[in-house]
Ligand binder design. Structure first.
Ligand code: FE2
Length: 252
């Protein structure tokens, strides 16, 4: 058999093994069966150059004002998916995330040499989340208490939360993680323009509710060290349902 054929068979075998492992993982991770090797998280401070961060802040304030006025494609939790974001006023500032400087910085910080954003077709690649308590209500969360994400990528899935604004009364981030089952709180100091990277399909996480006058705006990013999407139709269907609930758009 030629070397080429061996290579193809090996690759197919790798894909198949990864599909089976992913299917098993998604079945049991919500019961707490997770990998001890996937509990580590990273906080990368000053992750964006100052002018990019400031540009995003300006554009985002404008988007938020539009969102309040239009209110059509926004869900209650105020999330805007990657596809919609790409045709918004934020677009000029998004290019930086696809550039070499950004990903090299993350690879250096994490030691994961193949870390990459998931493909642009996935609305979770880059999205924007607003948290604030609307007038007349006591508090608002993101509608999710402690939870574990699902994964549709054959490689390790890394969720990234880049804090743009966190105007709260707390001394720690509203985002909390539970690596190894213990609650880890992230200090508010230097939280703005920092990226928290964690494996949300292995580590329980939540966003504590905001109270009146508190405000939080974050970009949500999705990475993988092998960003190949599963071909498993049930998993893809699950992802469409999540997208519809979150962004009002089933496109994955
Ligand atoms: Fe999550």
């Amino acid at each position: 058999m030629s070397l080429l054929k061996w290579g193809m068979i090996n690759q197919l075998w790798r894909l198949l093994r990864a599909e089976v492992a992913l299917h098993k993982h998604n079945k049991v991770n919500r019961q707490g069966v997770v990998s001890a090797n996937a509990q580590h998280y990273h906080v990368i401070e000053n992750v964006l150059p100052h002018h990019i961060y400031e540009g995003l802040l300006d554009a985002v304030s404008e988007l938020h004002a539009q969102a309040v006025r239009e209110n059509s494609h926004w869900r209650k939790g105020m999330a805007i998916g990657g596809h919609e974001l790409n045709s918004s006023t934020v677009k000029p500032w998004l290019e930086y995330f696809s550039g070499d400087e950004f990903i090299q910085r993350l690879r250096m910080a994490t030691g994961i040499e193949t870390l990459a954003l998931v493909p642009a077709v996935d609305t979770h690649r880059l999205s924007l989340l607003f948290y604030d308590a609307p007038k007349g209500t006591e508090e608002i969360g993101d509608g999710t208490d402690w939870h574990m994400d699902g994964n549709i990528y054959l490689g390790a899935r890394w969720a990234g939360i880049l804090t743009l604004i966190e105007d709260t009364l707390d001394t720690t981030s509203k985002l909390e993680l539970q690596p190894f089952g213990d609650v880890a709180q992230i200090p508010k100091r230097n939280l703005r323009n920092s990226l928290v990277l964690f494996q949300g399909d292995h580590v329980l996480h939540r966003v504590r509710p905001l109270i009146s006058d508190e405000r939080r705006v974050v970009m949500s990013l999705l990475f993988s060290d092998w960003p190949i999407r599963t071909r498993n139709p049930w998993l893809r269907r699950y992802q469409s349902d999540v997208n519809r609930a979150f962004y009002g758009n089933p496109q994955a």
